[in-house]
Design a protein around this ligand. Structure first.
Ligand SMILES: [Zn+2]
Length: 207
């Protein structure tokens, strides 16, 4: 069985095409590491359109909630954001979750409303690659446990939508949601930070 796997280059091309289309630019004008907001004037509606087009071309479900929204759900009030600014913990979480961004950007005093300015085309490339990994993992799991309707192990990656299809009975399974994968990754980062080696981090956030 041939599985069409998107390569990093495929994903980069798809993301740049989506960004260029939404911002009314030529693909060659889009720099992977340029701030979409500062360099190209992207507004939240443009971002929604970019997300929609990446979902379509990469057959993925991107998160509906931002990283900050997820983090605020995971961490206690004031732990992540204090008086409109990211705490030391908040900065460290962003650093870990957004390795594609120059870590210099995550300086103390970074305000919540400025976090969206850090989003680049590369942010979407990395996110899409992460979600493709999650998708592959889910497909493997489904294949080893078999279709829940007919038991067939021949489950295919749909070539038209963000779903898996049982080749035998046609049952459809959605690919994992980007929100679920993002939440999982945050738990992993949080666990890593709760380990004794990061005590200094907690201390630096003390008043
Ligand atoms: Zn089936």
């Amino acid at each position: 069985m041939i599985i069409h796997k998107l390569t990093q280059a495929d994903v980069e091309t798809a993301v740049i095409a989506a960004v260029a289309r939404s911002l009314d630019r030529k693909p060659e004008e889009i720099e992977l590491h340029a701030s979409l907001q500062d360099e190209y004037g992207a507004e939240s509606l443009d971002i929604l359109e970019i997300v929609f087009n990446i979902e379509k071309s990469c057959r993925l479900r991107l998160p509906k909630m931002t990283l900050l929204q997820h983090a605020q759900e995971k961490f206690a009030t004031n732990q992540f954001i204090k008086q409109g600014e990211l705490t030391a913990l908040g900065l460290e979480v962003l650093r870990q979750m957004r390795p594609e961004i120059d870590s210099e950007q995550f300086r103390p005093g970074l305000r919540v409303q400025d976090v969206s300015r850090l989003v680049t085309a590369q942010t979407f490339v990395r996110l899409a690659l992460r979600l493709l990994d999650g998708k592959e993992e889910a497909l493997e799991k489904l294949r080893s446990s078999g279709c829940t309707t007919c038991g067939s192990k021949e489950v295919l990656d749909s070539t038209t939508a963000a779903e898996f299809v049982c080749a035998n009975c046609g049952a459809i399974y959605p690919v994992p949601s980007g929100d679920a994968i993002l939440a999982e990754d945050l738990v992993r980062v949080q666990t890593k930070m709760d380990s004794p080696t990061s005590v200094s981090l907690a201390a630096s956030d003390a008043p």
